[in-house]
Design a protein around this ligand. Sequence first.
Ligand code: PXL
Length: 280
Amino acid sequence: MKRIVTIQDISCVGKCSLTVALPVISACSVEAAVIPTAVLSAHTAFKGFTFCDLTDEIEPVAEHWKKESIKFDAIYTGYLGSFRQLELMTKFFDDFKTEDNIIFIDPVMGDHGTLYPGFTQEFADSMARLCAKADVIVPNLTEACFMLHEEYIESGYSEEYIKSILKKLAALGCKNAVLTGVSFEDGKLGVMAYNKEKDEFSSYYTERISASFHGTGDVFSSACVGALMRGLSLEGALKTAANYTVESIKATVKEENHNWYGVNFEEAIPFLIEEIKNNK
Ligand code: PXL
């Protein structure tokens, strides 16, 4: 059985970061180890959230694992909240990267052209340096534009533009750059990927559902890294993750009085398991 370690916050209510990554990775039949980087009462879209920083726990946890010779098939980072956490991730990668495992970075920082509360351009610059170490990075266009100092364009861009962004992301140093939330056609939304070694692009599009929810990026990334661990190619994993995210959104909007803060990814878990089988 494969083992992923995922390093991100736990927002106790809100269905994002670890409360998504743990169940989704488990649903993929992959072991999920965690380092919670902070405990929040709820994610940062809620007003008045509490925040308890756990940065000081990261090194002792990692040291214990080193003593126990614990190995991981994937290291998956999501929302990281400080420069020091980025620094500690660099060290963690150096300590736990092997010839066979992968580093998967979701550089969670913002959406729709703006950064989430607390993030700055300088943080995006440091995140860009961390991304150099990754096998796969999965920013959305907002995060990519901040990391590359590019102007954000909401829509109406060309395929050539997205390809140029992907090449610039790969030039940061990662092996595969993936852009999520890409759309060239009304009603369609998807992902485009670039493999630097092969100099090849790939893409996958689904129907666009006109509702925006928190945590969909975490649903996507967790399913993607889980599917990779189940032996799917990156293309197969991206298709699986995109379809699962859409299915989770559909399950959410189907429910009367559904919550505003996260998606019903739980209801779509049987679908995810089928997708992993179908896209192998
Ligand atoms: O879904 C990304 C995310 C993760 N963690 C926290 C967040 C967000 C998005 O806003 O606030 C704490």
